[in-house]
Design a protein around this ligand. Structure first.
Ligand code: VY7
Length: 164
């Protein structure tokens, strides 16, 4: 079992503002859907709340949701109360578990040696944020990147992969 983290960040590492991703980048949503469909995803409860209702649960994926509140539940979500329990449930060899957000969970997941892959969408966009991507420290190698691409919306972006 390995953990892969996937996020999209604007300049300065902004990943969210006021409960949403403060941009519209359809190419990133397609990338996210392609990489995660068919796998299990794990997200924090605030990220679950942020998903547009028609995409909740994310179709074609097992949706694990971390909450400290043991009374929390939501249709289509499998509630879990600590990441250790999640890792325990995922003994399937070779299977990847995608960590899909948000800021608090990325920081926690990065601490695990099981976290060996990052898929980061970089946006060449300045926006106000209140939630930030975790630091990508020297333990990570940048193993692939697309060139800068131009979205149908005009935003410049690229897909970057890290491994350790
Ligand atoms: C944001 C959406 C926002 C607004 C409308 C639709 C990367 C993303 C995440 C998590 C994007 C979002 C959507 C449409 C496609 C749906 C998911 C919801 C699907 C992440 N690079 N991008 N994310 N979506 N962790 N990393 O929550 O999504 O996948 O079926």
């Amino acid at each position: 079992m390995s953990l892969a983290l996937i996020w999209a960040e604007a300049r300065g590492g902004v990943i969210g503002y006021d409960g949403t991703m403060p941009w519209h980048l359809p190419e990133d949503l397609a990338h996210f859907r392609e990489l995660t469909t068919g796998s299990a995803v794990v997200m924090g409860r605030r990220t679950w709340d942020s998903l547009p209702e028609r995409f909740r649960p994310l179709p074609g994926r097992r949706n694990l949701v971390l909450s400290r509140d043991r009374t929390w539940s939501s249709a289509g979500a499998e509630p879990l109360h600590d990441l250790g329990a999640v890792l325990h449930d995922f003994q399937a060899p070779g299977a990847a578990l995608w960590v899909i957000g948000g800021g608090e969970l990325y920081r926690l997941a990065m601490l695990s040696p099981l976290a060996t892959r990052l898929e980061v969408t970089e946006l060449d966009l300045g926006v106000k944020g209140d939630t930030f991507a975790p630091p990508v420290d020297a333990s990570w190698d940048r193993v692939a990147s697309t060139p800068w691409l131009e979205s149908s919306t005009g935003i410049r972006y690229r897909f970057v992969t890290y491994a350790r």
